[in-house]
Design a protein around this ligand. Structure first.
Ligand code: NAI
Ligand code: MG
Length: 352
């Protein structure tokens, strides 16, 4: 079968790691008799500096015809970050109702970092982050701008339907995993409206999944627990902001942001889903060819899995484990001296 994939490599290291991911995906899918057709779009901050918009006006219509979207990262010095996020990433997530942001967090064998030395079996979590509302609703405004009386208001929007659907997705995932544990990230002691609703809805959904053990944790305590007792965490369900923060922490305890993938999923499959490394454009190392491509390769594996190419996904993840765990080349973020291409080539070789 053939799948059509839209590619937005974006800015900075996005343009270095996405081609690496595409090479590995081509090979992995081909080994299972699948063909991938990639179409690249030049959208991002450079496009913005030329045209005044991050994407062309018909971008969302164009993207809607693809089976999936493969995104690098956007963001460049000189373009405010709220422009790159609000004019590219969030419109895609919202228009295509990609309300699930799935982020695996695993310690790969042999990776350095703050929790190196622990068993990889101890750090194997997935965060299911609500991706369509919550703290990133965009509601609010500024008054008396530029004066000492200035006031800014940023409203979190939480709906019963929004919490119910993300909770069901998380419970279903937890049900398919061996430990069947779900941690709900809350803060209902301080956020007495939104997070109390969150707790109530999660509890009501729990009644439909009695084989899953669900516990709620205040998000600050959960952040600490991810570091001190990671083996007690399996699936996490969280709001948009909480999940954003917890998954960068998860990436750090996995050894590097350079290995952490993310999927923006429309579970109903009425629209394309989008797959990306969770890191940004990393201007500090852009252009040097040393960005770690593992996060993008892993995101590509998640993309193929979503399209039903499960064998290719498994092949890619095993190849990543082999290269990282068995002394293959490593980029500097993992303590090595290899470049992006060396790592991608090693993962491609390890596919068979
Ligand atoms: P960042 O993720 O780009 O970089 C944070 C640190 O991690 C840097 O030291 C960087 O060198 C390192 N790093 C990240 N990815 C790496 C990789 N693959 N290999 C090796 N090292 C890696 O986050 P930062 O610096 O906060 O943001 C830079 C730009 O990226 C900003 O414009 C920001 O808005 C944008 N950004 C975009 C995202 C997206 O497109 N989804 C997500 C996060 C940030
Ligand atoms: Mg983030």
């Amino acid at each position: 079968r053939t799948a059509r994939i839209a590619v937005i490599a974006g800015d900075g290291i996005g343009t270095e790691v996405i081609p690496a991911g595409i090479d590995v995906m081509h090979r992995a899918a081909g080994m299972d008799g699948c063909t991938l057709e990639f179409t690249e779009f030049p959208w991002g901050c450079e496009y913005y500096q030329r045209t005044g918009t991050m994407m062309s006006a018909d971008a969302l219509d164009i993207l809607s015809d693809f089976d999936a979207i493969y995104l690098g990262a956007v963001g460049a010095p000189g373009v405010p970050d709220h422009v790159s996020v609000w004019e590219l990433i969030l419109p895609i997530r919202q228009r295509f109702d990609q309300y699930v942001n799935l982020r695996p967090m695993r310690l790969l064998q042999g990776v350095p970092g703050p929790l190196a030395g622990r068993s990889p079996a101890d750090i194997d979590m997935v965060c299911i982050r609500e991706n369509s509302e919550g703290e990133y609703s965009g509601l609010g405004g500024r008054m008396h701008r530029g004066t000492k009386h200035e006031v800014a208001e940023q409203t979190g929007l939480f709906t019963w339907r929004g919490i119910d659907r993300i909770a069901r997705y998380a419970f279903e995932l937890a049900q398919r995993r061996p430990r069947k544990l779900l941690a709900s990230a809350t803060k209902s002691n301080a956020l007495q409206h939104s997070m109390v609703l969150w707790d109530e809805v999660v509890e009501s959904v729990a009644a439909d999944y009695t084989d899953v053990t669900c516990r709620k944790y205040h998000v600050d305590a959960l952040a600490a627990r991810m570091v001190t007792h990671p083996q007690t965490i399996d699936v996490i369900v969280s709001s948009n902001l909480f999940g954003d923060i917890l998954t960068d922490l998860g990436a750090a305890i996995s050894g590097s942001l350079g290995v952490a993938p993310g999927a923006n999923i429309n579970p109903e499959r009425t629209h394309p889903s989008m797959f990306e490394p969770i890191h940004g454009s990393a201007p500090d190392i852009a252009g040097k060819g040393i960005a770690n491509p593992i996060a993008s390769i892993w995101a590509g594996a998640l993309l193929l899995d979503h399209l039903g190419m499960t064998a290719a996904h498994d092949r890619m993840v095993r190849a990543i484990e082999r290269v990282v765990g068995e002394g293959g080349p490593r980029t500097p973020d993992l303590g090595g001296t290899a470049n992006t291409r060396d790592v991608a080539a090693a993962v491609t070789d390890a596919l068979s």
